[in-house]
Design a binder for this molecule. Structure first.
Ligand SMILES: [Zn+2]
Length: 636
């Protein structure tokens, strides 16, 4: 909403004026097959089309990478745009004028006003840190000095101290900023009693600057113990976490001159490295590196982006997340000039500040110069997680290391690496190459999900749907290790949810099932309640609208809810009725099994309780048998 608010009516007009088949057709050649259109997926590398466009529902889904959505989602994903940017772009395509409340002129002055609040806040916090005689400010100074961030460092980085207790609110009020502006800049918030409060309380403050050096947000570290240890500003019209890198304003000159950008985990690492003599360093703000970050860095550093990971467990988790950025654009076949992604782990469990303090900046420069390409790094990491001295360890190491290559499995580079892996695990080259060819490509939205944090595994796991090609490498391993009955259950759940999202009238009919099904995946449960929520607000919602709204609730929504694959000639209503009953029978079977296990361990139960459970069990089994007999597949 940074550039103004676009009304739902305008969004609907833009959607109607942009036919999905035509929009996608401008990018990839589409072919009609039955009532649907198909093309090669513009989001992942493929030779045979697995990208389906449903012209009636105006929805798309790729059965190769699992992505899906409506026309806005397509433009957002293929052009790396935000939702409002995609709406504007498609409005332009269709020559539609949209009104944005606020408008561009007003909004740029509003942005300037928000940046002004941030600048005044940073200045105020800095003065508190440097001059305040209060106990808290003294502790903040001591904290920084104890971490080698004393002397000139607070002035150079404009560090501060937030006393809290409404001191900032009073200061900004005196400067004629309104409560709404302070809230929008996220330096104040309303308490439960409605009163305006400082957002940051008793914290060391790290102002966050954009690439031009304007303060746009804050990170606050608690002094002493307390939770959360780090608190960042939330998203505001001037602050978008996924496109901001801490330290970029100070690092961009060194990035241009060295051709290299170094990415570390935290702001204190950035400061310590800059102060220690390495200036091309930035950090993300508590998120994984996003594609947007990579594009921004590539504008300043022409050659390499090097991830510098701490040797501790958190650093290694970050390394695993970074492996998700491997994609087809990293192979020589992709051709276009591209930036090289590399990675290196600091030795001996050191963090960047400790490393520079102990061994000097030159040692760090040497370490970074030796950073391995991310692929080689990832493979090495996976191999070293297993005991290559045993046959069993080598088998596991092979599967684990090979999965790193899944996104680029058809490239020559992947084959080269596969041969190297074969050598390391003493396997036959041809066997390993065969295994490589059988890997499933991953879903591309790993990046988007990485930003959402913990939900990602769950989401991609649930995304593993019908057929091997729908399954991502890591989740696929987990998915295929499930018993067949459980895999079927998850497929049925996914198909049911997807059909209902695409046919909102049927969703209203099956609202009870949506609400009462014992979903076997948390993501499915979240999507069911999101679909119910949308329809409760607007029972006449269009499929694209339902899916767009569910996407707000869960990042995996669009991919899952566009994935239904009813055969032609099968009525969606019949398919839904079948799936609803299938899931209902499954839930009933589980209830029966649970009663049986209660009876099997009936010690301590009163005889009348046993009777009661037994009678319920008999009744349920009878009912279940009748339901099973009446339950016929919908597609024969
Ligand atoms: Zn795809």
């Amino acid at each position: 909403m940074a550039e103004g608010f676009i009304s739902d009516e305008d969004i609907a007009r833009v959607r109607e004026a942009n036919d999905l088949v035509a929009v996608i057709g401008e990018r990839s050649p589409v072919k009609q097959r039955g009532r649907d259109f198909w093309c090669c997926c513009p989001l992942h590398n493929e030779k045979t089309p697995s990208f389906k466009i449903d012209p009636a529902l105006q929805l798309w889904h790729c059965f190769g990478c699992g992505e899906g959505g409506d026309v806005f989602g397509f433009v957002m994903k293929t052009e790396d745009l935000t939702f409002p940017e995609a709406v504007r772009k498609l409005a332009e395509r269709a020559h539609i004028d949209i009104k944005e409340t606020g408008g561009r002129g007003a909004s740029s002055s509003k942005k300037a006003r928000l940046k002004d609040i941030c600048a005044k806040t940073a200045e105020f916090y800095h003065t508190q840190l440097m001059r305040s005689p209060a106990q808290g400010a003294a502790s903040a100074r001591a904290y920084l000095a104890g971490r080698g961030l004393g002397g000139e460092v607070p002035r150079r980085w404009n560090l501060g101290y937030a006393p809290g207790s409404g001191v900032l609110v009073r200061h900004l009020t005196a400067q004629k900023f309104s409560a709404e502006e302070m809230i929008e800049a996220n330096v104040a918030a309303r308490g439960r009693d409605g009163r305006l409060r400082d957002r940051f309380y008793n914290r060391v403050m790290f102002p966050i600057f954009d690439a031009q050096g304007d303060c746009i947000a804050f990170g606050g570290r608690v002094i002493g113990s307390g939770e959360p240890k780090y608190l960042n500003s939330q998203e505001t019209p001037v602050f978008h976490k996924s496109s901001v890198l801490y330290g970029l304003d100070k690092a961009k000159a060194a990035m241009a001159s060295t051709g290299t950008a170094v990415v570390v985990e935290g702001y204190t690492d950035v400061i310590a490295l800059h102060e220690g003599g390495m200036q091309n360093v930035v950090a993300t703000l508590g998120t994984a590196l996003t594609l947007r970050h990579i594009r921004i860095l590539a504008r300043h550093a022409q050659r390499r982006i090097v991830y510098l990971f701490d040797g501790d467990a958190a650093g290694q988790r970050a390394a695993d997340r970074a492996l998700q950025f491997i994609d087809a654009s990293m192979t020589p076949e992709a051709g276009k000039s591209k930036i090289e992604l590399c990675a290196v782990t600091l030795p001996d469990n050191l963090d960047p500040a400790e490393f520079v303090a102990a061994r000097g900046a030159d040692a760090l420069h040497a370490l970074i110069a030796d950073a391995q390409p991310l692929l080689a790094y990832g493979i090495e990491r996976r191999l070293s997680a297993h005991d290559l001295g045993t046959a069993e360890g080598r088998t596991r190491a092979l599967a684990d290391a090979l999965s790193v290559l899944a996104p680029i499995k058809d490239s020559l580079l992947a084959k080269d690496y596969a041969v190297q892996i074969a050598g390391r695990v003493r396997a036959r080259e041809q066997d390993v190459l065969d295994q490589l060819a059988q890997l499933a490509p991953p879903r591309l939205d790993a990046h988007a999900e990485a930003r959402e944090g913990g939900a990602q595994d769950q989401a991609r796991f649930a995304g593993a749907g019908d057929g091997a090609r729908d399954e991502a490498p890591m989740p696929a391993q987990r998915f295929s290790s499930l018993p067949p009955s459980e895999r079927n259950r998850l497929r049925f759940e996914r198909e049911f949810l997807s059909l209902l999202a695409q046919h909102p009238l049927l969703a209203l009919e099956h609202a009870d099932a949506l609400a009462s099904t014992q979903w076997h995946s948390e993501v499915h449960a979240a999507l069911a309640s999101a679909v119910l929520g949308v329809l409760a607000e607007n029972p006449a919602a269009e499929p694209a609208g339902v899916i767009a709204a569910a996407s707000q609730a869960h990042p995996a929504a669009a991919g899952i809810l566009t994935s239904a694959r009813v055969r032609e000639g099968v009525e969606p209503a019949a398919a839904c009725a079948y799936l609803s009953e299938e899931l209902g029978i499954g839930d009933a079977e589980e209830a029966v099994a649970s009663l049986k296990s209660q009876l099997a361990d009936a010690r301590g139960m009163a005889p009348e309780e046993v009777d009661f459970v037994f009678n319920s069990l008999v009744a349920m089994q009878k009912d279940l048998a009748a339901r099973r007999a009446a339950h016929k597949p919908h597609h024969d």
